[in-house]
Design a protein around this ligand. Structure first.
Ligand code: 8YV
Length: 330
């Protein structure tokens, strides 16, 4: 008998076709916004679910959905999963590493350039019909090439950004991470490990690429911003909640730092109103991995995890692989 699988959000029709060859499939192609109770109701009798970062899988959901065996997240980040609760319930989690690394690193760099070189502010000025003549300091921003880039978090995406910075833009790259990279990886990224204090104080641009965890909550708040250079820019492509958005808005208003580029927000899709009111911030709606080919690769990898697990009892990119040992296929 085919397992029952829910695809909780709209995805590529081709990915649904692939899944439908293996499963009794329920979908949400209208992309309806479900409450947690509606998600739980949709999950009744389902062995698998394809989620995105918007669906929360916690102990209450798992208790209410006893048939569930796998949650395949179409994202590399998985802070929407309570992985301990999933392991305790014998439910496998999977994510989509690697396939989005370069696309996300490209976007981090684009946001850094747009922020430091004031592109959004200048574009709005032009569209508003305010451009009457050239001036020597009009929208003069911060230098990117040759400057010092600080990277907080140094996983795959952080390393991709470091390579772009060092090899493409001749930047000095410093990073802080709980665990230091091995010498060969540090040398490939031309990056040097420093303490968090040195990172904050020395960098011209700070890029946040660390995964969200309760320990990373407000890793950059008022005390950290106060240590940065007044000319510095901050770019967050990691997760909302890593930056204290209210403190950041205050720092941008007061000139504690010069500018920020943000792709992720606390409580997104809501954005702190103080940030919306500022001109020295570039705001994008969580699109760092958004190219069609990368999103397709993410959806395919999430689908492949569902198929490999529910049909073959294995997984491509499991988050709690210990579940595989005790796994029973559908
Ligand atoms: C996703 C992301 O688009 O992969 C991640 O962790 O943040 C993005 O690439 C988003 O989480 C939707 O699933």
């Amino acid at each position: 008998m085919k397992a029952a699988v829910l695809v909780a959000r709209a995805v590529f029709p081709e990915v649904l076709e692939k899944l439908a060859a293996h499963f009794e499939l329920s979908t949400n192609q209208p992309d309806a916004v479900w409450t947690q109770a509606q998600l739980i109701s949709q999950l009744q009798g389902k062995q698998g679910v394809l989620t995105t970062g918007s669906e929360r899988v916690d102990a209450a959901l798992l208790a209410a959905c006893p048939a569930l065996k796998i949650c395949a997240n179409m994202a590399v980040g998985f802070n929407n999963f309570d992985l301990d609760a999933m392991s305790a319930a014998g439910v496998l989690g999977s994510n989509t590493p690697d396939v989005l690394t370069d696309t996300t690193a490209d976007f981090g760099f684009a946001l850094l350039l747009a922020t430091a070189r004031r592109m959004a502010e200048a574009e709005h000025f032009l569209r508003a019909g305010l451009w009457s003549r050239w001036r020597y300091d009009m929208f003069a921003g911060a230098e990117v090439h040759g400057s010092t880039l600080g990277i907080l978090g140094m996983g795959r995406i952080g390393q991709g950004i470091a390579r772009r910075a060092a090899h493409g833009f001749g930047m000095q790259v410093i990073y802080h991470n709980r665990s230091r990279l091995d010498a060969a990886t540090e040398s490939a990224c031309a990056a040097r490990w420093v303490s968090k204090t040195e990172l904050l104080q020395s960098c011209d641009h700070l890029m946040l690429v660390l995964p969200y965890s309760p320990q990373a909550h407000h890793a950059v708040g008022a005390p950290e911003l106060a240590q940065m250079k007044p000319t510095a820019t901050l770019v967050n492509i990691a997760r909302g909640g890593i930056v204290d958005d209210a403190a950041l808005a205050a720092a941008l208003r007061q000139g504690t730092i010069a500018a920020a580029g943000l792709d992720v927000f606390e409580g997104e899709p809501r954005v702190h109103p103080d940030l919306l009111a500022l001109s020295n911030v570039v705001l994008t709606p969580h699109i760092a991995s958004a190219t069609l080919s990368t999103r397709r690769a993410m959806a395919d990898l999430a689908a492949d995890n569902l198929i490999r697990f529910l049909v073959h009892g294995q997984a491509v990119t499991p988050l709690n692989p210990q579940i595989l040992n005790g796994a029973a296929s559908a």
